[in-house]
Design a protein around this ligand. Structure first.
Ligand code: ZN
Length: 247
């Protein structure tokens, strides 16, 4: 047997076994449209009901996909900018008819990025104004020290009539965003903002910040208008809200 086949077989076999064991109709992933007996636990500490066993999607990606479909934002021929791309969404977006798809991430030394992912600083985006019909940039802004500059840049490259999905962790109990850019100790950031590499924890003023950058803000608590069973099947978080901006 060739080395190629030896390498291939175990993984193909693993996939076949996984598909047999986990296929079911308890949950139905909106992204890969496959039914499973459960979403798998993930995170640290692990939370139940998170990971699609087939496409690897998590709650946020599934909610984003439902939002895009519901609002009919996935038209043929659109120009998409996907920042810090989630693999499951990337594959679906790239497969849209006649799409011009750009994936970008801030390239950091020591990390590798999927082929075709351009080096992108969202405070200085290398594309002309009004260039993209759809931007996905979720859970990025809480890592960026000058988030106002990033928001202005995302607004600049968004085409009139376009939509930018801009989800971040928001603590709705706080009126104001908590941030102190002098705090750089990962432990202190974890304690204050919930993650070692976040530079702030947004409060209810997140929407105003987006408005200041020029966006018309959409705040959509999708799960509130869905049946509980549909929320469960799609594996969505009740606490999660879609934040998006239009131009
Ligand atoms: Zn899936």
């Amino acid at each position: 047997m060739s080395g190629f086949l030896q390498r291939l077989l175990p993984s193909a076999l693993r996939t076949a076994i996984r598909d047999r064991v986990l296929a079911g109709d308890v949950v139905l992933c909106p992204i890969c449209e496959r039914g499973a007996i459960a979403y798998l636990p993930s995170g640290s500490p692990p939370r139940p009901h998170v990971l699609c066993p087939f496409c690897g999607s998590r709650e946020r990606a599934r909610m984003t996909w439902l939002f895009l479909k519901e609002r009919k934002l996935l038209r043929p021929g659109i120009r998409i900018l996907h920042v810090a791309p989630e693999t499951c969404l990337r594959e679906k977006l790239k497969a849209l008819p006649d799409v011009a798809y750009v994936a970008g991430d801030k390239h950091e030394p020591g990390y590798t990025y999927p082929e075709g992912t351009i080096d992108l600083d969202i405070t200085k985006i290398q594309f002309p104004a009004d260039h993209f019909d759809l931007i996905l940039c979720s859970h990025v802004l809480e890592h960026v020290p000058d988030d106002a500059a990033a928001m202005r840049e995302l607004h600049r490259v968004l085409a009139p009539g376009g939509t930018a999905i801009l989800m971040v962790p928001v603590d709705m109990r706080n009126a104001r965003t908590e941030e102190d850019l002098l705090i750089t100790d990962p432990k202190e950031r974890l304690r204050r903002y919930g993650q070692f590499d976040h530079v702030r924890l947004y409060g209810r003023d997140y929407m105003e910040r987006l408005q200041r950058a020029g966006f018309t803000v959409i705040e959509d608590a999708m799960t509130e208008r869905m049946e509980p069973e549909a929320v469960f099947k799609a594996g969505l978080l009740r606490s999660e809200v879609v934040h998006a901006g239009t131009k």
